[in-house]
Design a protein around this ligand. Structure first.
Ligand SMILES: NC(=O)c1ccc[n+]([C@@H]2O[C@H](COP(=O)([O-])OP(=O)(O)OC[C@H]3O[C@@H](n4cnc5c(N)ncnc54)[C@H](OP(=O)(O)O)[C@@H]3O)[C@@H](O)[C@H]2O)c1
Length: 241
C-alpha cells in the first residue's frame, strides 16, 4: 500500500483499519514531508501488526526525484495530501500562500499520482483513493483558493477514473466535510458535521470495499452540498459562506 501524506490522522486510521480487517500488504510505503512523526507511526504498525513499512520523503514544495519511487509496487494508493493554507481574509493577496495551496493540493500532486497510475495501468490492477473536499463542489468566499485547487483535484480524479476504467484500475474520490484533525485544529467546527479520523477512515474503508466512485465522508455533507450547489448564482453571490 502506498500512503501519500502519512502524518494525516485519517491516513493513519485508514492503514490501521485495513490491517485490522486483515488486508495483506507486502509493504506499506509511507510518503511524508515529516519523517520523524512518520517514523513513530511506522514503529507502531510494525509492533501492532508486524507490518513492514518504508518511509519515503516527499515534500511537494521541493524538487521531486522520481528515481527513488522506481522500486515501489503496490495495488492500493491512498492520498491524504492536502494543504489548507490561509483563508481569503488573511491570504488572498499573498501570492506565496496561493501558490502553495495550488501546488500541494493539485499541480505538484497530480504528477506523483500519475506516476503510480501509470504503474497500475501497466499491471492492469489497483485502486487509487484520493481525498478531495466538499470545498471543491462550489467556490465560496471564505476559502476559494483551496476550494478551486480541490475542484481541480476532483475533476482530475473523475477523469482518471474514466480513463483507467477499462484498464481495470479503480479510482475513488473521497469528499470529506469537516474532520477533526491537525488541519482544522482551533477552528470552530460544528460537532454534528464533524467526523473523527477513525469515523472517516471507517467510512472510506467501507467505500473501498464497495468500490464506490465518489463518497462524502458524513452522508449529511452530500445533502448540504446538493443544496449549496443548487442555490441560484444571483442569490449565492450575496451569501457569506
Ligand atoms: N480536516 C478536514 O476538515 C478536511 C476537510 C475536507 C478535506 N480534507 C482533506 O483530507 C485530506 C487529509 O487531511 P487531514 O485533515 O488529515 O489534514 P492533515 O493532517 O493536515 O493532512 C494532510 C497531509 O498532507 C501532507 N502534506 C502537507 N503539505 C505537504 C507537502 N508540502 N508535501 C507533501 N505532503 C504534504 C502532510 O503529510 P506529511 O506530514 O506526512 O507530509 C499532511 O499530513 C487532505 O487532502 C485534506 O485537504 C480535510
Amino acid at each position: 500500500m502506498i500512503i501519500l501524506g502519512s502524518t494525516s490522522e485519517v491516513a493513519q486510521a485508514f492503514v490501521e483499519k485495513a490491517l485490522q480487517e486483515g488486508e495483506k500488504f507486502e509493504k506499506v510505503y509511507l510518503f511524508t514531508s515529516n519523517k520523524e512523526t512518520t517514523e513513530r507511526f511506522a514503529r507502531h504498525i510494525d509492533v501492532k501488526f508486524l507490518q513492514q513499512s518504508e518511509i519515503i520523503e516527499l515534500d511537494l514544495t521541493k524538487e521531486i526525484d522520481y528515481n527513488i519511487f522506481e522500486h515501489i509496487n503496490s495495488t492500493l494508493l491512498f492520498c491524504a495530501i492536502g494543504y489548507l493554507g490561509e483563508g481569503t481574509e488573511e491570504g488572498l493577496y499573498d501570492n506565496r500562500n496561493t501558490q502553495q495551496i495550488i501546488e500541494i493540493n493539485y499541480s505538484k500532486l497530480v504528477p506523483v499520482i500519475n506516476y503510480f497510475a501509470h504503474k497500475f495501468e501497466n499491471r492492469r490492477s489497483g485502486t487509487i483513493i484520493g481525498l478531495s473536499s466538499v470545498a471543491g463542489d462550489r467556490g465560496r468566499q471564505s476559502n476559494f483558493i483551496y476550494g478551486s485547487a480541490k475542484a481541480a483535484f476532483t475533476a482530475y480524479l473523475s477523469g482518471l477514473r474514466n480513463y483507467l476504467f477499462d484498464k481495470k484500475v479503480h479510482v475513488m474520490t473521497i469528499k470529506p466535510g469537516f474532520m477533526a484533525t491537525k488541519m482544522t485544529e482551533g477552528l470552530p467546527l460544528n460537532p454534528k458535521l464533524t467526523a473523527s479520523p477513525k469515523q472517516a477512515a471507517d467510512c472510506i474503508y467501507k467505500a473501498f470495499k464497495k468500490q464506490k466512485n465518489t463518497t462524502y465522508v458524513l452522508p449529511i455533507w452530500g445533502v448540504i452540498m446538493m443544496i449549496i450547489r443548487n442555490i441560484p448564482e444571483f442569490i449565492f453571490k450575496k451569501l457569506k459562506l
